[in-house]
Each structure stands twice: as structure tokens, then as C-alpha cells.
Write a protein that binds this ligand. Structure first.
Ligand SMILES: [Zn+2]
Length: 258
């Protein structure tokens, strides 16, 4: 059984010797992975890593928290555009982008401006987007609900079952991370229950969000076995069916050929 990791950060400093780790995972339990950037520099690194591994693809984008600390945001957006325009970059999505109201010093206005600029970029390039939504459920929903041609995945979904249903009804994909295995997160499992089979993805968000029983350790794509198991139980399907389903969904959504 193999798993497709729809959201990982293998350029993170916690992954010393990342190329060996990635090769080992892709030759064992991982069928593919999306290496997701959060700023121009690490988006370029994510793309460089993807070029070295056939099963790895990249996403380039500016994360809301990173973005609000960038002085010349237009230059940063230009660098993302240039990377996306390079046909050899292996970039299959724009991300991660969105809103993050977790920290008290949040510049909501600047975050929104950066988010909207990248949504326009997605429409121009016809690429899907990976949405980061932390403590910003209402504002993210208000923006996405008005988009008609946008293809998006809500990554590490943490909203309600009701909002999962609303997103799914509009054709958006919903991705579940290790939080679906947490004992104190029944809401996440309720949300997963509400998502149609063909709109489900799984992810690690590694090195973060290691699933139960590995919470607190450096996460990696091999740990998807726990996340996949939790999702299969919620959906009443076998682990094999769940792994195959989420892999097929990811490949279709990101436009990755077999
Ligand atoms: Zn992430």
C-alpha cells in the first residue's frame, strides 16, 4: 500500500539529508508528494528538490505569515510568477496561500492583499491553489465562496462539518492531516465524514503535525499510514481503498500523469 502526500515541506531544516529521506520514502510507502513553499526562496528550493525526484512535485506561493514580513511584496510575487512560468520547475500548484490570524500581530489587510493577488495568479496560470486557513474560517470562506473558476484544496482542514459540506458543494477539495488521528479532535473526523469520496486528500504537513501516536516527533510522509487509517475508518472503507482513492484524487487535482 502506498500513500500520496498532498502537502509536505522537505526543504525544512529539520530534514537534514532530505534527498536520502525522500528517495527512501518514494521507493517504499509513498507514491508521490507535493513539496509546498511558503516564500519565494523556499519555493525555489522546493522546486529544485522536486526536480531531483521523479515522484515529487512542487507548489510555489507566499504563506500569509511569511508574506506580511516581506517588505517588497510585488517583487516577491514576481519571483513566484517567474518560477511558475518555468516549464521545468515541476510546480503543479500555487501554495500555500491564505490567511492566518493565529498570532496577535497579524496584518489582516496585507495578508488579504497577498492572498487575492495569488488567487488572480492562479486564474491566469490555470493552476490549482493550496489554501492555508488558520483561525480565519469566516474570511477565507467569504473569499472562496465568490470564486467561480478557482480550483482549490483546503489544506489540513480544521473547519466544521457544515463548512466542509459547503466547500465540497462548490467543488473544492478537502485535505486531512495527522489532526484526524488526534483523540481530542472529533470535529475533524465529523468534517471528513461530510466530504464526498472524490474530494478527499491526505497530507502530512511535515515536519509538522505528526499523527497519533507519534505526536511531537518530526513528521514525514511514511507516517501517512496513521492518517489514512483514521480516514478509512471514518469513511467505512478499507485502508487500501482509502490510499488508492486519495492518490487518484491528488493526481487528478494536481494534473499529475501516472
Ligand atoms: Zn504547510
Amino acid at each position: 500500500m502506498k500513500f500520496f502526500d498532498s502537502h509536505a515541506h522537505y526543504y525544512d531544516e529539520k530534514f537534514a539529508g532530505a534527498d536520502d529521506i525522500i528517495s527512501a520514502l518514494l521507493s517504499s510507502t509513498v507514491s508521490g508528494m507535493i513539496n509546498v513553499g511558503t516564500d519565494p526562496d523556499n519555493s525555489i528550493t522546493a522546486s529544485e528538490q522536486a526536480k531531483r525526484h521523479p515522484g515529487m512535485f512542487a507548489a510555489a506561493g507566499i504563506h500569509p505569515t511569511d508574506g506580511q514580513n516581506i517588505a517588497d511584496i510585488y517583487a516577491a510575487l514576481d519571483r513566484i510568477s517567474a518560477l511558475l512560468a518555468d516549464p521545468g520547475s515541476k510546480c503543479v500548484a500555487i501554495g500555500e496561500i491564505g490567511l492566518d490570524y493565529h498570532y496577535p500581530d497579524t496584518d489582516r489587510k496585507k495578508q488579504t492583499e497577498i492572498f487575492l493577488a495569488q488567487i488572480e495568479m492562479a486564474k491566469k496560470t490555470d493552476l490549482p491553489v493550496i489554501i492555508h486557513d488558520r483561525d480565519a474560517h469566516g474570511d477565507i470562506f467569504d473569499i472562496l465562496v465568490h470564486e467561480k473558476e478557482l480550483r482549490a484544496v483546503l489544506h489540513s482542514f480544521s473547519g466544521s462539518a457544515e463548512s466542509a459540506k459547503e466547500y465540497a458543494r462548490r467543488g473544492y477539495m478537502i485535505s486531512f492531516s495527522g489532526t484526524i488521528t488526534f483523540k481530542n479532535a472529533p470535529r475533524v473526523r465529523e468534517a471528513a465524514e461530510a466530504v464526498p469520496m472524490d474530494q478527499l486528500l491526505i497530507e502530512t504537513d511535515c515536519p509538522y503535525l505528526a499523527p497519533h501516536p507519534l505526536r511531537g516527533t518530526v513528521n514525514h510522509s511514511g507516517n501517512l499510514v496513521y492518517t489514512n487509517r483514521a480516514l478509512s475508518l471514518v469513511k467505512g472503507i478499507t485502508e487500501e481503498e482509502c490510499a488508492a482513492l486519495t492518490e487518484a484524487n491528488a493526481k487528478r487535482f494536481f494534473g499529475i500523469d501516472k
